[in-house]
Ligand binder design. Structure first.
Ligand code: PXP
Length: 257
């Protein structure tokens, strides 16, 4: 395959959900995810991601209010495609909305959104968000059918779910991890060829980030759980800075390859 020149600096979106998870475990006012967002900004994050779940298990409505009031970085507001979340997004008009599937019983966002099956209703759901000036991003599996459907319903961005790749890698299933990576690589190129901006995320760690960061079409990675965990040992700013360094290193290596 002809190497594609990297399309510029890769953005790092820091997901602060799990700062709120720790806070909520004790029902205290700390640690404050907004403080983490400001620290992330100083440490080199390009954006902040927060997922307001239907059950409010981590980020709260008040967190979103405060992020919108105080954050200078763009907010990527993750939400399910429900009327309640649409109303909240329309009230705040964040830089981006990322539509994710949500199940009450899941521990985290398990799969990508079923866009192909819900095309008409999703197109209808997204139109007011796009009209309000939000960039519309859809979180999907690396699947051609879903990407084509996301394109048809007018998404600006797709975020590819990297969870299957990261899980396979973490469990030592390296042949599967390579196959997942190959699928992600091909689907990043395919989505880009349709004119979609490509983001990726879920489950990324220092061990798994570089191959994804090296895909020239990927413009942004959204990373949370690992960084908040690593912050326990390194502090949040150094944890973010190390992720940033690995992403830049991967980008530079792919440019000279
Ligand atoms: N991108 C999306 C759409 C997500 O739902 C999540 C998890 O909330 C992430 C990225 C970040 O995943 P992680 O916390 O595993 O890094």
């Amino acid at each position: 395959m002809v190497p594609v020149k990297p399309l510029g600096k890769l953005r790092l979106g820091v997901n602060i959900d799990h700062v709120a998870t720790v806070r909520n475990a004790r029902g205290s006012a700390y640690p404050d995810p907004i403080r983490a967002a400001k620290l992330a900004e100083d440490a080199g994050a390009d954006g902040i991601t927060a997922h307001l779940r239907e059950d409010r298990r981590h980020i709260s409505d008040d967190d979103i209010d405060r992020l919108m009031a105080t954050l200078s970085l763009p907010l990527n507001f993750e939400m399910a495609a429900t009327p309640e979340m649409q109303a909240i997004a329309l009230r705040h008009k964040p830089h981006a909305v990322c539509i994710v599937p949500e199940k009450r019983e899941e521990r985290t966002t398990e799969g990508g959104l079923e866009v192909a099956r819900e095309e008409n209703s999703l197109a209808h759901f997204l139109a007011p968000l796009a009209d309000a000036g939000c960039r519309v991003s859809i979180f999907i599996a690396a699947d051609r059918k879903q990407i084509e459907a996301a394109h048809r319903i007018g998404a600006d961005v797709i975020e590819l779910h990297t969870g299957a790749y990261c899980d396979a890698f973490a469990e030592g299933r390296f042949t599967e991890a390579d196959a997942e990576l190959q699928r992600l690589r091909e689907m990043s190129a395919f989505a880009h060829s349709l004119g979609l901006e490509v983001h990726a995320g879920h489950g990324l760690t220092y061990d798994t980030v570089k191959p994804v960061a090296a895909f020239p079409e990927v413009m942004e990675l959204n990373i949370g759980h690992f960084l908040i965990g690593e912050a326990i040992f390194l502090g949040l700013a150094p944890a973010i800075q190390e992720m940033r360094r690995l992403m830049d290193e991967a980008r530079e290596e792919s440019a000279v390859a």
